[in-house]
Every structure is written in C-alpha cells, then in structure tokens.
Design a protein around this ligand. Structure first.
Ligand SMILES: Nc1ncnc2c1ncn2[C@@H]1O[C@H](COP(=O)(O)OP(=O)(O)OP(=O)(O)O)[C@@H](O)[C@H]1O
Length: 380
C-alpha cells in the first residue's frame, strides 16, 4: 500500500465485553504529521493504536486512507510499520539481517535489499554494530534496530507503542531527538503512544489526550499545555494545584474564587464541546468549580499581589529553584516554586501569575482524585 494524503478515523470504538476500552474516536491524520496519543495507564491508547494497526478489530466506526476503507484489511495489507516497547527483534539474526528481513520477505532484488539495509543502518548510526546479535547491544541500540526495521520498508504510517519506556532517563532523551530526526528526514507519518507528557509535548505536532477511552482534547503542544480543555487534561499536563471551590463573582471570562481566606481572580474555561456544538451553561456564581494552576505559576516572596499568605511546609531542591509546599491560612496546600532561599516553617507571601489560574466546571467534584482533594486540604 502506498502513501496517503490523510488517514481518517471516524467514530472508532473498541468494546471488551461490556466495557468500552475506546469510544467515539474521531481523528484525521495528515501525511507527514507526528501524532502522540497521550493519557494515563488504561485510557485506551494502545487499544487505539492496535485498532489502527489492524491487530484489534473495531466494534464501532471506520478507518479511511483517503477514499479507501482500511479497517476491514488485515495488518499486513495496511503496510504500516510497528515499533513496540520490547523491541521484538529476532535474537538469532544479526542487526543487518533483522533490518533486511522485511525486504527479503518481499522478495526484492538482492542488491536493492543490500542498498536499503545499509542506508537504514547508517541512518540509525549502527554501522559498527551491524554484524552483532541483538543480545550484544544496549537497550537504546536494540530500539534503533527496531526503528530501522520498521522504517526500511518505507511504510505509509509508523506506529510506536511506548518505544522508550524500557530505557534509562538519559537514553530516553537522546532517543526522543533521534526519533523526531528520523521522522523528519524520512518524511514519515507517525502515531506515537506514550503516558509521558514531556515526551509527547517535545516530539509531536499534535497531541490526542485521552481519558477512560475517550478523547479529552486534540491540539498542538502549545494549545494543550497552555489551554487544557478540562481539568483532567490540566491534571495530566502538570497543573498540580487542583482546588475544588465554589465560584464567586463572574464577569465575562474573569471568575473570582475563594482562596487562603481571601479571593483570587481566575480565567473561566468554557465547558468542552460535544460534537462541535458548544454546551450550554457557562460558569455562574455558586457553581462547583475546579481552579487549576501550575506550581511554576505560584511564586513565593514576590510582591503580595494576590494578598495570599502561608507557611512553608516542605522544600525540595530542584536545581535552579526550590519547590515548596505552602499551607495557606484556610488550610489549602499549594505547590509553589521559588528562587529565594526559604526554610520550613517560614511565613511567606504567595502570588499567582495573572491569567494563569484556570477555572473549570467540576463535572461533579466526586470525580476529583483523592490525592488532589487531600492536597486541597479537604478530607475524603
Ligand atoms: N484484551 C482485552 N480484554 C479486556 N480488556 C482489555 C483488553 N485490552 C485492553 N483492555 C482494557 O481496555 C482499557 C484500555 O486499555 P489500553 O491497553 O488501551 O490502555 P493504555 O492507555 O494503552 O494503557 P497502558 O499505558 O497501561 O498500556 C483498559 O481498561 C484495559 O484493561
């Protein structure tokens, strides 16, 4: 199967018994895009990838490659390349033979097999390891063989399921760059599954953030990072302070919420859209809401802009600055950052960067994770 201009998933779902592992997935992938499927364990990322690959039949919806329906085709007819977490290399074949395997299966002329294999070995920088067996290589080198084996076939789409999760932190960083470089230089279209938000943000053109089998948000790294669509996405994108509160005065986008015995201004976030239609019922005074802010946007010791005061409880060294957990006068705990030297027990002023406190409909505060309720100083 040759390249495509666009790959469309419409209403894709996969049910196991009575449970929806994946539901209502609508996604159009443009040729050349790098898409990351991101979400916590069990949210349906691998299910979505396996449905795309043809390893799992759909129980709802369809998949289209331009105007050809492909969800009825077996995996080998889709012509997609796959890279898995556990490399899945042939242990008894050398690096070179692992990479050449697919080309030989296609019965391509011998010199073409040789030429393409050597080019792929060079591309993943394994020239001096080409005659070794996988067992003689490091994890990162083995994963590079797996990537070369998948891409040497020039697939129209490469699917990667947590390919870096068995590697140590330093190697993961290096391989991120390597995979992105290969994606660009080979002009690949890539769908990449990960639960690591930093990995997804740094590699992908667009992120699909999932929860409980459903898409929560599709957007560029910047959109998802700065404007999470729901507090669940915010939670996943590092907004560690999630505070269930009752909305005060609402004035357009500005919404006042109680915090630390006083009030602070937040930015109201519209409810998520369903089927492209804005839901009714924007936020109103008295609503149960979740105020979300990143630790990086809660600073200690600056001017007392928001009028918040608290006591430092826990300090963690984080290189250029300190992470401090501060308890406000109403008992709410905030994760903060500071470049000032502070001590546990010290009384400090706390300011929130204007515009960075996002206020979401709670969707029923019973949904708030217990850990976050505890963080907010509320018993569960
Ligand atoms: N073969 C199966 N039979 C029954 N349930 C399944 C099967 N495969 C997946 N599930 C369930 O479907 C849901 C989604 O699983 P999936 O593996 O897609 O999640 P994931 O986001 O990839 O998680 P992880 O990051 O842990 O791999 C989970 O609740 C899982 O238990």
């Amino acid at each position: 199967m040759t390249g495509f201009d666009e790959l469309r998933l419409t209403g894709v779902g996969r049910r196991f018994g009575t449970a929806d592992a994946l539901a209502d997935l609508d996604l159009t992938i443009q040729r050349g895009e790098f898409i990351a499927l991101l979400g916590p364990s069990g949210c349906g990322k691998s299910t979505a990838l396996n449905c795309l690959a043809g390893l799992l039949p759909l129980t709802a919806g369809s998949i289209w490659q331009d105007d050809q329906r492909i969800d009825t085709l077996p995996p080998e007819k889709r012509g997609f390349g796959m890279v898995f977490q556990n490399y899945a290399l042939f242990p008894h074949l050398t690096v070179r033979d692992n990479i050449a395997f697919g080309l030989r299966m296609r019965r391509l002329p011998k010199d073409e097999v040789r030429r393409r294999t050597e080019a792929a070995i060079e591309m993943v920088r394994l020239v001096e390891h080409a005659s070794k067996l996988p067992g003689q290589l490091s994890g990162g080198q083995q994963q590079r063989v797996a990537i070369a084996r998948a891409t040497v076939l020039e697939p129209s789409l490469v699917l990667m399921d947590e390919p870096l999760s068995n590697l140590d932190a330093k190697l993961r960083l290096e391989m991120r760059t390597e995979i992105r470089r290969l994606h660009q230089s080979l002009g690949l279209t890539t769908v990449y599954v990960t639960h690591d938000q930093e990995e997804a943000l740094s590699m992908a053109d667009r992120l699909v953030v999932m929860r409980l089998g459903r898409v929560q948000q599709i957007g560029t790294p910047e959109q998802v990072h700065t404007k999470p669509a729901t507090w669940h996405v915010a939670d996943f994108m590092g907004y560690r302070n999630l505070l269930p509160v009752t909305a005060g005065r609402v004035d357009g986008e500005t919404i006042v919420v109680p915090l630390g015995g006083t009030t602070v201004e937040g930015v109201a976030q519209l409810p998520p859209q369903a089927d492209g239609v804005a839901q009714t019922g924007a936020l109103a005074t008295g609503d149960q809401v979740v105020a979300a802010v990143r630790p990086e946007d809660v600073r200690l010791g600056n001017d007392d802009v928001a009028g918040l005061r608290g006591r430092v409880e826990v300090i963690e060294y984080q290189g250029r600055e300190l992470a401090a957990e501060v308890v406000l006068s109403d008992g709410v705990r905030l994760h903060t950052r500071t470049d000032r030297k502070v001590e546990p027990g010290e009384h400090v002023s706390v300011s929130i960067t204007p515009g960075r406190l996002l206020v979401y409909p709670s969707g029923g505060s019973a949904e708030l994770p217990a850990a976050e309720l505890a963080t907010a100083g509320l018993a569960v």
